[in-house]
Design a protein around this ligand. Structure first.
Ligand SMILES: *Cc1c(COP(=O)(O)O)cnc(C)c1O
Length: 414
């Protein structure tokens, strides 16, 4: 029986969400549109199977085909990233990070990580997150002038605090990350380098951003951001850390793996190994640059002055406008963004003084520089005329028309 006949209420809610995705501009830097092949793998009876353990060493019977599925995902991840070892079971980026920390640290150990308001993630030591409760975080940040990572400060703090682990990789950092310099500093103080490439994994595999593999001993990522797979996580590591990483995922922090999602991860990894994906990643970056430049030309200040990757952050500290208000106003025009803290933040993490804008999702739709300039114009128009409801409604229409010119390939649910 189809979903529509078993549960029409739910079918309607899902159909509405698909329609929202079809008809609005997704500029949230951490979102993307998975392919129909990825969705197909995810929606299979693989969800029925318990498979605690790893290929060849399962705690349940009947895992012969599940082993094929997971082994494909592992091999593809290792090959694509050039890593010694991959664990494809983490349910999310946060779960991957939890396993990464506990694989090599004891509670109370010191981690050198980025100042959260400068672009870090919750799992990089927020006090409301397990990371901040179990580990002692010392923080580096971006320079006041150029708003880029200050490696003199990273080195100084590493020497002074001798952290067991140095964390790099961020949520809202618009510039290329110099993993080599992080690696040198980590070696000097005998720390493990941990790179969280949740946002940039797709750029990394396409060669559009330098890889942390070879510099960082442990690398985590989500699979649903620029990598464009199903929602989930992934850990890569040097051979030396493989047993500890595997134990930290199962049995330490997870039970049965989501094999239907792991199958979809494998499909996404296969897609990401193709030449078209390289072109896609290059276009993401060209699009981000084009939109950032057009927004800056309208007089908005950008964190670090621009972007090298898939996102930029507008800094409203010189305006009355907050990130929260900007996000809400843009929503009315069908432009979906996410507020963001900025370096030197004075507002709360709920309100914020910044807006993070990313191009992975709209680039998947096939939009290019011309559309970026158009969208930047709408975005600036809304932010400059916050109370103009008519303007917002007019832009909403135009957004809808643009989206229908670049449709998503998803079937419409009845
Ligand atoms: C998104 C993100 C995560 C967490 O991913 P979830 O799947 O939402 O748990 C971890 N680290 C960074 C840097 C991220 O941007």
């Amino acid at each position: 029986m189809s979903l529509g006949s078993v549960d029409p209420e739910m079918a309607r809610a899902i159909a509405s969400e698909i329609e929202r995705q079809q008809t609005s501009l997704e500029l949230i830097a951490s979102e993307n549109f998975a392919s129909c092949a990825v969705l197909e793998a995810m929606g299979t009876p693989l969800t029925n199977k318990y498979a605690e353990g790893y290929p060849g060493r399962r705690y349940y019977g009947g895992c012969e085909y599940i082993d094929v599925v997971e082994s494909l995902a592992i091999e593809r991840a290792e090959r694509l990233f050039g890593a010694d070892h991959a664990n494809v079971q983490p349910h999310s980026g946060s779960s991957a990070n939890m396993a990464a920390y506990f694989a090599v640290l004891e509670p109370g150990d010191t981690i050198l990580g980025m100042e959260l308001s400068h672009g870090g993630h919750l799992t990089h030591g927020s006090e409301v997150n397990f990371s901040g409760q179990f580990f002692k975080f010392v923080r580096y940040g971006v320079g006041e002038q150029d708003q880029r990572i200050d490696f003199d400060q990273v080195r100084e703090l590493a020497r002074a605090h001798r952290p067991k682990l140095i964390q790099c990789g961020y949520t809202a950092y618009p510039r290329t990350i110099d993993f080599r310099s992080f690696g040198e500093i980590a070696r000097e103080v005998d720390a493990i380098l941990f790179a969280d490439i949740a946002h940039i994994a797709g750029l990394v595999v396409a060669g559009v951003h330098p890889t942390p593999v070879g510099h960082a001993q442990i690398v985590t990522t989500t699979t649903h951001k620029t990598l464009r797979g199903p929602r989930g996580g992934l850990i890569l590591c040097d051979a030396k850390y493989a047993p500890a990483i595997d134990r930290a995922v199962f049995p330490f922090s997870q039970g049965g793996p989501l094999e239907h999602v792991i199958a979809a991860k494998a499909v996404a990894l296969e897609e990401a190994s193709r030449p078209e994906f390289k072109e896609y990643a290059q276009q993401i970056v060209r699009n981000a640059r084009a939109m950032a430049e057009a927004v800056a030309e309208r007089g908005f200040r950008l964190v670090s002055g621009g972007t090298d990757n898939h996102l930029f952050v507008i800094d409203f500290r010189d305006r009355e406008l907050s990130g929260l208000k900007a996000q809400r106003r843009l929503d009315r025009a069908g432009i979906t963004t996410s507020k963001s803290t900025v370096p030197g933040e004075r507002r709360s993490p709920w309100v914020t003084s910044g807006l993070r804008v990313g191009t992975p999702a709209i680039t998947t739709r096939g939009m290019r520089e011309e559309e970026m300039r158009q969208i930047a114009g709408w975005l600036a128009d809304v932010l400059e005329n916050l109370e103009d409801e008519e303007l917002a409604a007019r832009i909403r229409e135009q957004v809808c028309e643009l989206c229908l010119r670049f449709p998503l390939p998803y079937p419409v649910l009845a």
